[in-house]
Design a protein around this ligand. Structure first.
Ligand code: KIV
Length: 277
């Protein structure tokens, strides 16, 4: 089965068919979300937090993104693979942006790349797209600018700020992005952007009127229930399931009931040996 292309994703917007995106960071999860039928898998730089346990996404390197993207690529049969461009891997110059995008495509085996920022990233988007690499842009709450925003804060709440976010969205579409993530903004602003753009919008904390939605897979599976921002819905409580399963394993190891006969190997012809145990 072929992986979904940019044309398939653009058609979904035209057909009013919602786009489902989740993050994944390794082969095991990629295989599962692909089987669940998601349309797009994002190897997000959110891996800095959910895989590496950092406070934010800033320390993530291009080498790390390439590594995780390659792991995810191995698990996908039908979903489109997008890889994030990490902090300071595209901000310096359009040439730097193109080099990073090239590595994510060649070594990370991604089908498209994602970068943050509207007007400030337009030249980078243009340069990458000119080279034949599809770009997903990302506006609103842009986590790589956490310090400039003074925290992970919803953007576009005032009239002036909403105008800025809308302008950012229009500029990256004009620069050639084929898809746009709208993060952390009021529902009506995301709805207006979605209606004004020809390219599909994918929301996270941006309400229900986007052309699609994305969540961090660890969040939707409830793998860390201490982290529960308003926009996250837990569709499972894997935290409890995993802790419970490992506790049962530990107690069976400790009381000697694992491994039992069914989980052990036996000789075809048992040897007659002195009883050792
Ligand atoms: O890094 C990430 O996972 C993201 C999504 C939350 C959109 O950028």
């Amino acid at each position: 089965m072929a992986r979904k292309s940019v044309l398939d994703l653009r058609k979904k917007k035209a057909d009013n068919d919602k786009i489902v995106m989740v993050t994944a960071y390794d082969w095991t999860m990629a295989r599962l979300v692909d089987k669940a039928g998601v349309d797009m898998v994002l190897v997000g730089d959110s891996l800095g937090m959910v895989v590496q346990g950092r406070q934010d996404t800033l320390p993530v390197t291009v080498d790390e993104m390439v590594y995780h993207s390659r792991c995810v690529a191995a698990g996908l049969e039908q979903a489109h693979l997008v890889a994030d461009m990490p902090f300071m891997s595209y901000q310096i110059s359009p040439e730097q942006a193109l080099m990073t995008a090239g590595r994510l495509m060649k070594e990370g085996m991604a089908q498209s790349v994602k970068l943050e920022g509207g007007e400030r990233s337009a030249e980078a988007v243009r340069r990458i797209v000119q080279a034949g690499v599809p770009v997903v842009a990302h506006v609103g709450l842009t986590p790589q600018s956490v310090h400039a925003m003074g925290g992970f804060k919803v953007q576009g709440r005032s009239e002036v700020d909403a105008e800025r976010v809308l302008r950012d969205a229009l500029i990256v579409e004009e620069a050639g992005a084929f898809c746009l993530v709208l993060e952390g903004m009021p529902t009506d602003l995301a709805a207006e952007i979605t209606a004004r753009l020809d390219i599909p919008t994918i929301g996270i904390g941006a309400g229900q009127h986007c052309d699609g939605q994305v969540l961090v897979v660890n969040d939707l599976l409830g793998m860390n229930t201490d982290f529960k921002p308003k926009f996250v819905k837990h569709y499972a409580n894997l935290e409890q399931t995993i802790i419970g399963a490992v506790e049962t394993y530990a107690s069976e190891v400790r009381d000697g009931s694992f491994p039992d006969h069914a989980h052990s190997f036996n000789r075809k012809t048992p040897r007659k040996i002195a009883k050792l145990y």
